[in-house]
Design a protein around this ligand. Structure first.
Ligand code: NDP
Length: 257
């Protein structure tokens, strides 16, 4: 294949969970600019519509699917809807996630479950439904799970998030091991500290901001657009022989942590 075609996503359809804002929306825009039709997802329909309208105005093919990624019945209903509409997903980015900070001794089991279900169980559920259909269709597919630096290292006060993101790394490897024979590649991206709604409080905390800048070799926070290159690469024919990997997009932080 000509190197220029390696990153061409024309004719492909991508579902990006948690794409009403933040990293998900940036990656959706990147995939759309590479030629894919994109399906945006979130729980808040009006936020999702506003995001979709902006991409449509830029000339991209966009639809929306409002559902809670942590709810199995809602995931099954969404995929029934895709089937009824004749929508086949070629590329899945499991991006939706939540985080909050609380010492483990104060953590309720319900808090634990909510973070694990939103950040990890969702990737299993949506990955399973996507792979079932990719396998039946026989045309392979690309699955990209969003991890974190906490896929690799732990920090205090984010235990369920760290457990979920560590799980994302091993879930990605399990998907690669089980589905490679069907032409499906499963890889992950581990973002460093990126300026999004999830991190507003941290960006505004002068001490934390200085810590991030000081500990990141690139000397700055990441932006959502910094994720686009890795997402397009892993979604495209350029990564056909890359499987079960996690690519850290962190300005070099993990290398020196
Ligand atoms: P944001 O909080 O900016 O966006 C999160 C998105 O997920 C929103 O679109 C939100 O939409 C959606 N979402 C949350 N819960 C659900 C749910 N149950 N069902 C469906 N959609 C949901 O987060 P980021 O963009 O910062 O994070 C995106 C991913 O990147 C997460 O997995 C996060 O853990 C990961 N990450 C982020 C880092 C960062 O520094 N920002 C660093 C490392 C990893 P709605 O409100 O409509 O539900």
């Amino acid at each position: 294949m000509n190197a220029r075609d390696l990153f061409d996503l024309s004719g492909k359809t991508a579902l990006i969970t948690g794409s009403s804002g933040g990293l998900g929306l940036a990656m959706a825009r990147g995939l759309a600019e590479a030629g894919a039709a994109v399906i945006l997802n979130g729980r808040d329909a009006s936020k999702l519509d506003a995001a979709a309208q902006a991409l449509i105005a830029a000339g991209h093919k966009v639809t929306t699917a409002v559902f809670d990624v942590s709810n199995e019945a809602a995931v099954m209903a969404a995929f029934d809807g895709f089937d009824r509409a004749g929508t086949a997903i070629d590329i899945l980015i499991n991006n939706a996630g939540i985080q909050f900070r609380k010492p483990m001794v104060d953590l309720a089991a319900e808090d634990w479950r909510r973070v694990i279900e939103t950040n990890l169980t969702s990737a299993f559920l949506i990955g399973r439904e996507s792979a079932r259909r990719m396998i039946a269709r026989g045309r392979g597919g690309k699955i990209i799970n969003i991890g974190s630096l906490t896929s690799e290292v732990a920090r205090a006060t984010v235990a369920p998030y760290t457990a979920a993101k560590g799980g994302i790394k091993q879930l990605t490897r399990s998907m690669a091991a089980e589905w490679a024979a069907h032409g499906i590649q499963a890889n992950a991206i581990g973002p460093g500290y990126i300026v999004t709604d999830m991190n507003t409080a941290l960006v505004e905390d002068a001490r934390f901001d200085a810590w991030v800048r000081g500990r990141t070799p690139s000397g700055r926070w990441g932006t959502p657009d910094d994720l686009i290159g890795a997402a397009v690469f892993l979604a495209s024919p350029a990564s056909t022989y890359v499987n079960g990997q996690i690519i850290y997009v962190d300005g070099g932080m993990l290398a020196v942590l």
